[in-house]
Ligand binder design. Sequence first.
Ligand code: SAM
Ligand code: SF4
Length: 381
Amino acid sequence: MTPRVALGMPRVPTSQDRPERDPADHESNSPGPSPHGLEEGLIDRFGRRASDLRLSLIDKCNLRCSYCMPAEGLPWLKREQLLTGDEVRRLVRIGVQQLGIRELRLTGGEPLVRQDLEEIIAGIRADHPELPIALTTNAIGLDRRAAGLRNAGLSRVNISLDSVHRETFAQLTRRDSLDKVLTGVSAAASAGLTPLKINAVLVRGANDHQAADLLSWSLAHGFELRFIEQMPLEADRTWKREATVTAAETRSLLSHQYRIEPAEEDRGGAPAERFTVWEKDAGAFSSPLGTVGIIASVTEPFCAACTRTRITAEGRVMSCLFSQEEVDLMDLLRGGATDTELARRWAEAMWAKPAAHGTDRPGFELPGFTRPERSMSAIGG
Ligand code: SAM
Ligand code: SF4
């Protein structure tokens, strides 16, 4: 039987966290112009401050994960529509120097499809010796590039891997490429692109029965596994809330084989709730085997603590994954604008960030929720 999914409630910010306006106050939901100068960074009208930049380098991908891409792919952006390496470097510089960006994640589509990835990273690293730079990738081709990426200045990788069983992997990604991914994973670990995180989406009837298997594999290799609840961001628009394998189900699936308990830590703006993992019959004083994370965007949303800002591969700011508004930076970038003009437009886009899930409260099935036009690969996950 398909389990019923309860609507998750967001964590509500404290009055200190939200000096501006209350998300529940409908009148406040028309953003208006920001009263702040750039010294406030990427603050929104609910008092959240974005310091974590997810920047997409390309929309194209060489896999076709069912929850992300249609089998036939998508109409890809032309090369000249993509941010160039220099434009990426400039945006990151503006983000870090003027807007309080403290962490960068390069993503896509599949960022390894960009042949100039090493050069882009080397440029960013030269500007920001201390900036944590992570890459979210499917790891195809990483075996040949991991060492070079590390030398260029990449800090670590998040690798998407939904199954370590060849047939299940092929079913989910529509490509028989598990071997390539696994060699990519090993190369990343050998190159020191650590802590290496594995991202997995559970799809009911496809890989949900392998959740504990994937955890065993990750623990054995010293990787940190994170399960991500499937969101309505697939290109073929087939998402149904009841088909999402929830965080609660995931915990229960893992508990057949392991004992897991919430890790005692302040989660801050981290999307994943972390759990400490023990053998199922471990005694009270035994050492844990490691940790596992669960990103419950659907059933236990964390919008109130969000610290993310996104830029798409063609240079548009998306303040939220589910934002209906996109704010173009490319016309400024290519039209001779100053860094301060770019910073202002970026900050204005973030000021208008919606309270939750692109609207005024979280819930993908509530009135008011409209899917964004773009699917995950075209936004940058
Ligand atoms: N191609 C790279 C990869 O797969 O890691 C980077 C881009 S991909 C869009 C980034 C992440 O988004 C992946 O971990 C993927 O599992 C996740 N993702 C894609 N579609 C999703 C969906 N509908 N719901 C939840 N996560 C999704
Ligand atoms: Fe490609 Fe990543 Fe989307 Fe899979 S999740 S189709 S690897 S962009």
